[in-house]
Design a protein around this ligand. Structure first.
Ligand SMILES: [Ca+2]
Length: 259
């Protein structure tokens, strides 16, 4: 850690943070243990009192850095978070955040902590590509309104051309656990077709939930390639006709399955 300094603040996690990281060649290196190799979610809690965006380099184990941008905050001890993804090896890893030689000399850039978690990403159905279905908004001011992630979900997925097509960005190729947040008020099992990257459809089976708008979770593993993938959940398709029953979709979570 050079040439920054530790500072106390009640706003900081554990009451302390590191200030002065906007100075030329400043950097902080964290030693992080990963139980398995693969992608991990990284949260950075920073302060940026410069009044403008500050870009630093994020590097793992001495590799090529990628830029991370700190948006302005009210001061060096007013913190905000940003999220990134890092590839870690099993065991100890070095995660470095550095200002670099071209920096403006400033005392107003700070770090509070980083947090590393198993990789998980959420994709909202209402933000996916939707065919012949409707978005239902959950009114947060109505006590009787249903809860949904991001305040909306996709309903009336009823016809041969009805589907929700998620575009997802996988940090590495491999197996992911897809957790589908759905509602099925039909009182019996319902199905939808599932296709990843235009592969032939398989079926997912949704047990009944307590009613329409009351969501349940269904897990299914999917194989994703590195980068952009398309995951389609469909009521119908010419290749299989119409799936049995009806279900509505709130979101999917993708969790990397570590080998
Ligand atoms: Ca949603």
């Amino acid at each position: 850690m050079t040439p920054a300094q530790k500072m106390a603040s009640t706003a900081a996690s554990d009451g302390m943070y590191v200030r002065g990281l906007g100075r030329k060649n400043s950097h902080v290196t964290f030693l992080v243990f990963a139980p398995k190799p693969g992608p991990y979610g990284l949260t950075i809690r920073y302060g940026n009192g410069t009044g403008s965006e500050v870009t630093q380099q994020l590097a793992v184990n001495g590799g090529t850095g990628v830029p991370v941008s700190y948006q302005p905050t009210a001061g060096p001890d007013t913190f905000a978070t940003l999220h990134s993804t890092v590839q870690l090896r099993a065991g100890l890893n070095l995660i470095r955040l550095s200002q670099g030689a071209q920096a403006a000399a400033t005392d107003l850039v700070s770090l509070d902590y980083i947090e590393v978690r198993p990789y998980r990403a959420r994709y909202e159905a209402e933000q996916a590509r939707i065919s012949d279905a409707n978005i239902t908004i959950s009114d947060p001011n109505n006590f009787f309104s249903t809860y949904s992630s991001n305040g909306a979900y996709v309903a009336q997925i009823n016809n041969l051309d009805s589907y929700v097509d998620f575009t997802v960005n996988a940090p590495v190729g491999g197996t992911y656990r897809m957790i589908i947040h759905y509602t099925n008020g039909t009182k019996v099992d319902s199905q939808q077709g599932l296709s990843v990257n235009s592969e032939p459809f398989t079926f997912v089976t949704y047990p009944a939930t307590q009613g329409w708008g009351l969501f349940g979770l269904l897990d299914v593993n999917v194989q994703l390639q590195n980068g952009i993938n398309h995951i389609r959940l469909a009521k119908g398709d010419p290749s299989f006709g119409l799936a049995v029953g009806y279900a509505e979709l709130d979101c999917i979570d993708l969790e990397y399955v570590y080998p």
